[in-house]
Write a protein that binds this ligand. Structure first.
Ligand code: 0O2
Length: 212
């Protein structure tokens, strides 16, 4: 298929990623402005690359006319939280929004993937306004802690390096690291209240300085 045609298909997804990032970043700002602890620490987003879309179509035998329906993560948003408890809060915020309609949810925190991967995934329907009118599309939102993100980033790079043929000793190390990440997240949760108090008071101080 012509590259120009692909560009026009992916263009609304670019818009969706940009809009969604602005909206989630605004949630951080609103919390800060109200001297509240933000359950969202950081947001990133991407449109799936064309080689990655083509690879998924081939791997899952997806025909072109079903591509947008079956590849749910063409638009991808990643939300990073400080604590595991924040993940539920963020999911609840998304469920309560009028501009994002939940299609499905996958809880890889309760059902940890065999690789050791942990994260909370939501597939949403989201409508963007294009020059041809409104377009309803899907986006995947991944919610995870900083620690989970650290593990997933390293594991993703290793998966890429070994192209699905990860040596056993590397897979074992990653599995040990995944256990350590679970322990770290639990340990951090026990000091969550202290950290939240410290952050709230430093946020209030910086707001006071801005007001002066
Ligand atoms: P990228 O580069 O992030 O886009 P599939 O996409 O076929 O693997 P499915 O059911 O469509 O599976 O989606 P799933 O498993 O709910 O989520 C897919 C995305 O979650 C992946 O996208 C990764 O971002 C992340 N993910 C899922 N499993 C793992 C894992 O074991 N390790 C890591 N590091 N990430 C994982 P992509 O397209 O693989 O990559």
């Amino acid at each position: 298929m012509e590259i120009q045609l692909w560009r026009s298909i992916l263009c609304p997804y670019e818009l969706a990623v940009r809009e969604l990032m602005v909206k989630f970043e605004h949630i951080i700002d609103e919390h800060k402005q109200n001297d509240l602890y933000s359950p969202i620490e950081q947001v990133s987003g991407r449109v799936k690359s064309l080689p990655s879309i083509l690879e998924k179509m081939q791997r899952k035998h997806i025909p072109m006319d079903k591509m947008e329906e079956e590849i749910e993560d063409i638009a991808g948003i990643r939300i990073i939280c400080q604590f595991e408890e924040d993940i539920d809060t963020v999911a609840a915020i998304i469920r309560g929004r009028s501009d994002m309609v939940i299609k499905s949810e996958k809880n890889y925190l309760k059902h940890i993937k065999q690789s050791g991967y942990r994260s909370y995934h939501l597939i949403i329907y989201y409508t963007v306004d294009t020059i041809s009118g409104p377009k309803k599309l899907q986006a995947e939102i991944q919610i995870r802690t900083m620690a989970m993100n650290f593990w997933a980033t390293i594991e993703h790079s290793l998966q890429y390096k070994y192209k699905g043929e990860m040596p056993l000793h590397v897979a074992e190390r990653l599995s040990n690291a995944a256990d350590a990440i679970i322990a770290l997240d639990h340990e951090m949760s026990t000091v969550r209240n202290e950290i939240m108090d410290a952050q709230n008071s430093s946020q209030m101080q910086s707001n006071l300085v801005k007001d002066i």
